[in-house]
Design a binder for this molecule. Structure first.
Ligand SMILES: Cc1cc2nc3c(=O)[nH]c(=O)nc-3n(C[C@H](O)[C@H](O)[C@H](O)COP(=O)(O)O)c2cc1C
Length: 171
């Protein structure tokens, strides 16, 4: 018994705490143009939401990097990573929600409707002394997201009614 308790507290200490009381969080809106640095400088295109969506965030939201799922228009559900905050590296004046849709290789989708489900929290926003370090960290976030989103608890959200409202009432 004691051994079990020791093991379970050791696991608790080791595992990052990715859940938050306000998760999963569902956000939706039309994609607007950001500064365009995501694709040009970072090789990581990001979709921006208008301020109205940013203002709809719950009060307890923590700024930082989240992983979850995304759906562009009526397209398939993809894995995603999203940064919520002020991007200290670029010192943005406005808070933003920037979503990188993992494995999406299609054209820009400004003006399209984007739905995202934030599933887990990865880390706080950081500043970096080079753009290369920011890129390296984002790539690590993407690798972590791909892995964590395969866990059964996360997979449950792929078919959520938020993404497929017309299936309401079926089953
Ligand atoms: C997964 C992910 C993690 C990010 N982490 C940080 C970060 O720690 N610090 C930061 O300043 N910006 C971070 N960013 C935000 C990028 O700086 C931002 O996407 C970039 O400024 C491009 O924005 P733009 O396309 O609107 O120009 C992150 C973006 C993503 C997609």
């Amino acid at each position: 018994m004691l051994i079990n308790r020791l093991i379970s507290s050791a696991i608790k200490v080791k595992l990052p705490k990715m859940s938050r009381p306000f998760l999963p969080l569902f956000l939706e809106g039309v994609v607007i143009k950001g500064f365009g640095r995501g694709s040009k400088e970072l090789g990581c295109p990001t979709a921006n939401y208008p301020l109205s969506v940013v203002k709809s965030l719950p009060e307890q939201i923590e700024t930082g990097v989240y992983y979850g799922f995304a759906k562009i228009g009526e397209g398939p559900v993809y894995k995603m990573v999203a940064n919520i905050g002020w991007c200290p590296f670029y010192q943005n004046k406005e808070m933003s929600i920037e979503t990188h849709v993992i494995h999406y290789t299609g054209p820009d989708f400004y003006g399209d409707y984007l739905k995202i489900a934030l599933v887990g929290y990865l880390r706080a926003e950081m500043n970096f002394d080079s753009v290369e370090k920011l890129i390296e960290t984002i790539n690590q976030d993407i690798a972590n997201a791909i892995k964590f989103l395969d866990y059964p608890d996360a997979q449950k959200l792929v078919n959520h009614k938020f993404f497929f409202p017309s299936q309401l009432g079926e089953h």
